[in-house]
Design a protein around this ligand. Structure first.
Ligand SMILES: [Zn+2]
Length: 63
């Protein structure tokens, strides 16, 4: 997967190619680090910590 084109939502941290987050409708940032794939948010401690409620790909840090 090419991550260099991806952007991350400043609020929910989900990774997307779009400039607006499909979940929050907030602007996304190209400056992010740390990659996390959430498959089962209910069972993932790190997903809970990050408040990731949907399965998908997330950035750990967004600025
Ligand atoms: Zn979002």
């Amino acid at each position: 997967m090419k991550t260099n084109k991806l952007r991350a939502c400043k609020k929910c941290h989900i990774l997307t190619e779009k400039e607006i987050c499909p979940i929050c409708s907030l602007p996304t940032s190209q400056y992010w680090s740390g990659y996390l794939a959430v498959i089962d948010p209910e069972k993932s401690e790190i997903a809970k910590k990050m408040n990731a409620k949907l399965s998908g790909e997330y950035a750990i840090k967004v600025r």
